[in-house]
Design a protein around this ligand. Structure first.
Ligand SMILES: NC(=O)c1ccc[n+]([C@@H]2O[C@H](COP(=O)([O-])OP(=O)(O)OC[C@H]3O[C@@H](n4cnc5c(N)ncnc54)[C@H](O)[C@@H]3O)[C@@H](O)[C@H]2O)c1
Length: 339
């Protein structure tokens, strides 16, 4: 069965392609390499022994998207990762984010709506909850006004999908709200490849550990949390990738309860920034240099998932720990710096 993975050479997409191929799916990747490298294809092939189809294509080019679906009209499911994701950049370049994250989603849904099998999985984010009033966060928690154009693209994206599902019974969609994906494949053949200074904690930690950065700045030590630092739900990217395969199988087997469903993907456990650093120290045998500095604008205090719906309805739960994720991220960092 042929599955399209957009953004399939990116961080989460590449790990999902591996899990799909491990389950026997035939994968076609679309990526424009705007935030990834063609070598990722070799990494996927090294792990699975299978080279996925690859189409270098920019989803902003509607004509190319239409032609793609004419060529691959036997696709049975689409997992749509492709998007721009840097929160700070989205504040400076909102229209670029609306064009790349919303425009491309519309083109995708227009073309998927012409297929025989209309199964669509969307990468959403826990950012839609903002600072939730209650923790852990369930899927029914209110959607808060977005803190950034990036966050807004996820909220609007979900609304576009919901509205489209309302008028097209043949279309089945699942929006997956990721908490904080980290780590790398245990083989260290693929992992996260941040361009420039990492915006996320774990690549910053591993780059500091390897000596690329002098020290880690911990933004805020005076939050109302047990150790004063922010709390997040760090989920191993391999666990996250497996959830996509399960979500796709749910649609293919028509086990979905409605044609638009939403699931949180997290571990259900919050870890503070200092706990993440401790985990790195534990798995690397190093003592990471860090300094607590002022709060960063827009950061929320704490967010972690209520995983009941993902566990009971989707039938998925995480298997890997924070230490597993940190160890894999460290192994990956050592590999990319030493080769
Ligand atoms: N990583 C996270 O922390 C996180 C959290 C929540 C949600 N998400 C969402 O998950 C998805 C995947 O995230 P990721 O971390 O793997 O990001 P990533 O940047 O590593 O992967 C995205 C891929 O999409 C490609 N792409 C972007 N625009 C494209 C276009 N117009 N045409 C074709 N390809 C295009 C990029 O080249 C890249 O390979 C994104 O939608 C992101 O917003 C990520």
């Amino acid at each position: 069965m042929k599955v399209l993975v957009t953004g399939g050479l990116g961080f989460i997409g590449s790990h999902t392609v591996v899990e799909l191929q491990n389950k026997g799916f035939e994968v076609v990747i679309i990526d424009n390499l705007s935030n990834s490298s063609i070598e990722v294809l070799d990494g996927i092939t090294a792990i699975t022994g299978v080279k996925p189809h690859f189409e270098k294509l920019d989803l902003k080019e509607k004509v190319d998207v239409v032609q793609f679906f004419e060529k691959y009209n036997d696709i049975v499911g689409v997992i749509h990762f492709a998007a721009s994701k840097a929160v700070g950049e989205s504040v400076k370049e909102p229209l670029m984010y609306y064009e790349n994250n919303i425009g491309t989603l519309v083109y995708m849904l227009q073309e998927v709506s012409k297929l025989d099998k209309q199964n669509f999985i969307f990468s959403s984010s826990c950012t839609v909850y903002g600072q939730a009033d209650e923790l852990p966060i369930t899927e029914n928690a209110p959607i808060k006004p977005a803190e950034s154009p990036y966050g807004n693209t996820k909220q609007i994206g979900e609304e576009i999908i919901r509205d489209t599902c309302k008028v097209n019974d043949n279309l089945s969609c699942i929006a997956l709200r990721y908490f904080n994906p980290i780590g790398a494949h245990p083989s260290a053949e693929i992992g996260e490849l941040p361009i420039g200074v990492p915006q996320n904690l774990v690549p910053y930690i591993t780059q500091t550990g390897i000596g690329m950065r002098e020290q880690l700045s911990v933004f805020g030590g005076d939050y109302e949390t047990p150790d004063g630092t922010c709390i997040r739900d760090y989920i191993h990217v391999v666990d996250l990738a497996k959830a996509h395969v399960i979500a796709l199988e749910r649609l293919l087997e028509e086990k979905n309860l409605s044609n638009y469903e939403v699931f949180n993907l997290g571990t259900g456990k919050g870890s503070s920034v200092l706990e993440a650093i401790e985990s790195f120290d534990r798995v690397s045998g190093k003592s990471l240099k860090y300094q607590i500095v002022g709060r960063r604008e827009g950061d929320i205090t704490a967010a972690y998932a209520d995983t009941t719906k993902a566990n009971d309805v989707l039938g998925w739960k995480t298997e890997l720990t924070l230490d597993d994720a940190m160890a894999s991220a460290w192994k990956w960092e050592q590999k990319i710096r030493n080769t």
